[in-house]
Design a binder for this molecule. Sequence first.
Ligand SMILES: C[S@@+](CC[C@H](N)C(=O)[O-])C[C@H]1O[C@@H](n2cnc3c(N)ncnc32)[C@H](O)[C@@H]1O
Length: 238
Amino acid sequence: MIRKNPMFIRTSIYSFFLPIFLTAGFFMTPHEPCSAHGHDHMDKRFNDAEKWALKFDDPKRAEWQKPEETIKALRISDNDQIADIGAGTGYFSIRIAKKHPQAKVLAIDVEPDMVAYIEKLAKKENLSNVQTFLVSPTTVDLKLPVTVDKILVVNTYHHIPDRTKYFKDLSPYLKADGKLVIIDFKLESPEGPPIEYRIEPAQLREELKLAGYEQVESLDFLQYQYFLVFQKLKSAPL
Ligand SMILES: C[S@@+](CC[C@H](N)C(=O)[O-])C[C@H]1O[C@@H](n2cnc3c(N)ncnc32)[C@H](O)[C@@H]1O
């Protein structure tokens, strides 16, 4: 009877499986801007700002995004501090900073490349009222130097995991009479993420109620997106 050396067996197993693991690893490496969790839209990566700028800053977007009207609807006053969460390439951060030079914009994103892109743009446009913040996607580790008057979340709400906790943690950064504005894609919109990742206003209201906010306004001038305004509940849930 031939008895195989256990060392030989182990080596054979490794040499058989190793190429398979390496090949699988190659194909599983995210070549597209998706995370290691696969093609889950929630975890989608936005790590090539120049590339995303072609989409986010496409002049055609203005037809449905109506940036002027949207910024007007935010009712920004001089000296307001506005946190733009998921600022991306700065579509709103830069426009707000230009339109309201007395206000301060805190452009917040999880992608170093997006943050660097906004910094470069703000410098080029000579906008000293934009400050960038690189944050983690799950914990609100903003350590903002101020409490803000407005928090703006455009097309980003659906990317945030555990939103009730996230917005509960965010609450101390918003002034008592401050406004949280969520703009995101309607279910029937031809633009936006896959339908299964869109969040309907009723669900959003529920999540934010549990986080200690109440809806105070809903504007319907955007064709593809809802525009919901929230304020902190006077007696926030624990
Ligand atoms: C679809 S883009 C929207 C960009 C911008 N608000 C706009 O309207 O053009 C979503 C952005 O949110 C960022 N993001 C995703 N999850 C985030 C999170 N948990 N906190 C902050 N930013 C996040 C992404 O990196 C990306 O830049």
